[in-house]
Design a protein around this ligand. Structure first.
Ligand code: HEC
Ligand code: HEC
Length: 307
């Protein structure tokens, strides 16, 4: 086939589009852990997987909460209802309305370090970041650029958006959650905190009641997922998110073009805080919590001096 230099002059865009259409998202599955190769790349993939599973143990200065990546991205990021990471490698760079910018996968990982783990951004050029990216690439094997697999690129949207009632939510918490997450919501051992200094920050997606209700209704209580009604999921999500949690520096710069979802619990451009938590816990290292959106490098006029 002739090389097509100018679309529309004697050639068409149809060839690449067909290749993409032939991908069967429903039949696709990520490779199993046993398929990790036994070479240097495989060693990096294994280290990345270990970082997802044992984040605070591996990176105590960066992951300062009781959460690990797999506290939310359950089953090593392979669970369809728990914000699957399968295919993430093929979805970035991506425009995020929250940042108002096109973001690389490493920056998206750091959003979860700083917001979901309420920790510090890890250096983008670190071996640890390369290892995490190697693992994300591994569980994205064969997914074409931009394709969605396993039904989602985040938590599934809730069909009904209900108003959560914190008083009813307390009852759900005491009946179905307290046994693992403890009376003070702080969890213990492998059970992560739902609120307090060691939980996710106000800037995390989980701090939005609809996002938390989605995670909870599909995945919790861990021993009987799917057993809560939609109303109970919204009630307990509202109860959990009414408690204090770490602040997220720079959050008021989110959605710089406006258009924040209605349940974002802090004020942004054109948006009033929705049911904000009672109190915010200040961060030990606010600077480490920032992942600035990419900025333009300076331009000089053509022919300007090279000094
Ligand atoms: C408190 C829960 C939570 C924790 C902990 C967490 N994440 Fe996330 N993460 C999410 C949610 C929720 C989303 C999707 C956002 C949405 O649905 O609105 C997400 C999205 C992502 C994405 C983008 C996926 C895509 O395809 O768009 C990546 C990559 C990611 N997380 C990596 C990580 C890594 C690596 C860690 C550990 C350092 C981590 N996350 C810890 C909740 C969490
Ligand atoms: C049997 C123990 C158990 C019960 C009961 C339980 N959870 Fe969890 N929960 C976990 C574990 C363990 C995780 C971490 C995910 C994993 O390891 O699979 C988790 C994670 C979470 C997370 C995401 C991480 C975080 O800390 O924010 C939320 C939110 C959550 N649970 C809410 C609830 C709610 C609400 C209930 C009650 C309706 C509940 N859980 C009941 C064990 C439990």
């Amino acid at each position: 086939m002739a090389v097509c230099l100018v679309v529309g002059i004697g050639c068409s865009r149809s060839a690449p589009a067909k290749a993409h259409q032939s991908f069967d998202a429903a039949a696709w599955a990520p490779p199993s852990e046993a398929e990790i190769p036994n070479d240097s790349l495989g060693a990096s993939i294994r280290r990345g997987l270990a970082l997802l599973r044992f984040t605070p143990e591996s990176l105590p200065t960066y992951a300062t909460s009781s959460l690990r990546c797999t506290s939310c991205h359950e089953l090593d990021g392979r669970k369809a209802t728990a914000a699957p990471l399968t295919g993430a490698h093929a979805r970035f760079p991506k425009y995020l309305t929250r940042s108002g910018a096109v973001i690389a996968l490493a920056d998206r990982v750091n959003y979860c370090f700083t917001r979901s783990l309420a920790g510090n951004a890890i250096p983008s050029d670190s071996r640890e970041m390369e290892d995490i990216l190697a693992y994300l690439a591994f569980i994205s094997k064969g997914v074409p650029i931009g394709a969605k697999v396993m039904g989602a690129d985040g938590l599934l949207a809730m069909k009904d958006t209900l108003a959560g009632d914190t008083a009813r939510g307390r009852v759900v918490f005491e009946t179905s959650c307290i046994v693992c997450h403890q009376k003070d919501g702080a969890g213990s051992g492998a059970i992560p905190a739902l609120w307090g200094a060691k939980s996710y920050s106000i800037g995390a997606s989980m701090a939005r009641v609809e996002r938390a209700a989605s995670f909870i209704s599909h995945n919790m209580p861990q021993t009987a997922p799917g057993s809560l009604t939609t109303q109970q999921a919204f009630d307990v999500a509202a109860f959990i998110n009414s408690h204090e949690r770490p602040d997220s520096p720079g959050k008021d710069g989110d959605w710089p073009l406006g258009g924040a979802p209605r349940d974002v619990p802090y004020a942004t451009k054109g948006h009033a805080a929705f049911n904000p938590p009672a109190r915010l816990v200040p961060r030990g290292n606010p600077q480490g919590a920032l992942v600035p959106a990419p900025t333009r490098i300076g331009r000089t006029a053509r022919g300007a001096a090279h000094d």
